[in-house]
Design a binder for this molecule. Structure first.
Ligand code: GLC
Length: 416
């Protein structure tokens, strides 16, 4: 268990006894090098302001992270001043977060406005984006070259190339190699992946912005059926238990031709510890024959607890962590996408992470979190559980789509 019980008992110490100094507690992510980055940045703010900041790494699995937040929020004791929340959570946890407009209303204008709108619930600005991301395709450039294949533009091309290289390499003794790895565990990550498959095949967005439940349609069923057919063929059954990091480990060890993941993997895949350093390419995800390719919009936001004893300092810390300087550093050093459009035109950033397209050109698909509001988490859980059952061979695509539709209609009748 995380030691979250210290905030109340700690004195603001070590800053020359400044009576105004506050202690602020901050929940950080811990995927890849996220925690190191978060802690170092928070300490920089502490050194600049004379405040003390305590950072805590949060569970990587976003469902577990949300459970932990809910438990802390239910206590109402302000153990965590600053929460790092998923882009799909503003409505889910917004009741427990203060309105940041008095503190950061001006600063919010410099971020992608769609995300600021996403983070605004009933007119209140609940969080400021720390970084934004989207699903990408990572590929083994060396293997594609060896087999004379192009970066796939469609999922069918991807499956073809994956199969060819997998067979060829296994024939040469690389028995651990699989064609494709993705986040296949029953959790939020699978929701993001499956939404990409469905949307890129013209099968809609599970629930449309007007609230219509569209999951049960022939294109969505065909997309799900296609991916289910890859299991045991170009996709190892092991992915049924992979989250982002396990996916990265498999690819980084040289055991996959293609990987779907978020941009943070780029720096790590090219680090000296990686077996594939220098051999990796990154591209937009493939499309289907109908519809078009798009990565699911992801990203993490910072909001202040209503129970915080130091909301002013907590908001100041958020301002610092989401500043231009910090977002630029985070992008260059750890390949996290900034949420400040102007940074995408920064020459230093462009040189360091040249695969990040200008945010204005990005094609995102949004999870239906605004439409389903506080019910989003339940919606996502129903969806990922059924897709997981399908990939595990426990149901078929048509039945899965029907089951999801039924459960979502029920949730809709009750909660959104
Ligand atoms: C990434 C995304 C986040 C998403 C999660 C799913 O962290 O930034 O939005 O919910 O992956 O695992």
């Amino acid at each position: 268990m995380l030691g979250l019980s210290i905030a109340g008992g700690l004195l603001a110490s070590g800053w020359g006894g400044d009576a105004r100094a506050a202690t602020v507690t901050l929940a950080c992510g811990a995927v890849g090098i996220e925690y190191e980055d978060c802690r170092a940045a928070a300490e920089e703010w502490g050194a600049q302001t004379g405040n003390t900041v305590l950072t805590f790494p949060m569970p990587n699995n976003s469902a577990k992270r949300l459970d932990l937040y809910r438990a802390v929020m239910a206590e109402g004791t302000g153990k965590i001043d600053v929460f790092l929340i998923d882009v799909v959570w503003p409505a889910v946890v917004g009741d427990d977060l203060i309105d940041l407009r008095p503190y950061l209303g001006e600063a919010a204008k410099d971020h992608v406005q769609e995300i600021i709108e996403n983070n605004t619930v009933d007119g209140e600005l609940k969080a400021i984006p720390m970084f934004m991301d989207a699903g990408y395709l990572l590929y083994r450039r060396d293997l594609l070259d060896k087999y004379g294949r192009e970066v796939p533009k469609t999922w069918d091309e991807l499956a073809d190339t994956a199969r060819l290289i997998q067979e060829g390499e296994r024939g040469e003794g690389n028995t651990e190699l699989w064609g494709l790895v993705f986040q296949g565990r029953d959790y939020e990550g699978l929701t993001c992946n499956a939404l990409e498959w469905i949307y890129s095949h013209g099968g809609g967005r599970i629930v449309e912005p007007d609230g219509t439940v569209t999951i049960n349609n022939p294109r969505a069923v065909a997309a799900l059926d296609k991916v289910a057919g890859w299991m045991g063929d170009i996709v190892s059954p092991d992915v049924l238990d992979y989250d982002e990091e396990e996916t990265r480990y498999a690819f980084q060890a040289g055991n996959a031709v293609f990987m779907r993941n978020w941009p943070y993997v780029w720096t790590l895949l090219n680090s000296p510890l990686s077996a594939v350093s220098g051999d990796v390419g990154i591209a937009p995800l493939p499309g289907g024959s109908e519809g078009h390719a798009a990565g699911t919009l992801g990203g993490w936001q910072l909001g202040v607890s209503k129970a915080s004893a130091n909301p002013k300092e907590a908001a100041d810390l958020i301002g610092f962590l989401t500043s231009r300087k910090l977002q630029k550093e985070r992008a260059i050093e750890a390949s996290y996408g900034p949420s400040r459009p102007d940074l995408y035109r920064d020459p230093e950033l462009q040189a360091a992470v040249d695969f990040l397209p200008d945010v204005a050109d990005l094609d995102f698909v949004y999870r239906p979190s605004t439409t389903t509001g506080t019910a989003y988490n339940a919606v996502s859980q129903v969806f990922s559980a059924e897709v997981h059952a399908l990939l595990s061979g426990r149901t078929d695509a048509a039945t899965a789509a029907q089951t999801i539709e039924g459960a979502l209609e029920e949730l809709k009748a009750g909660a959104w």
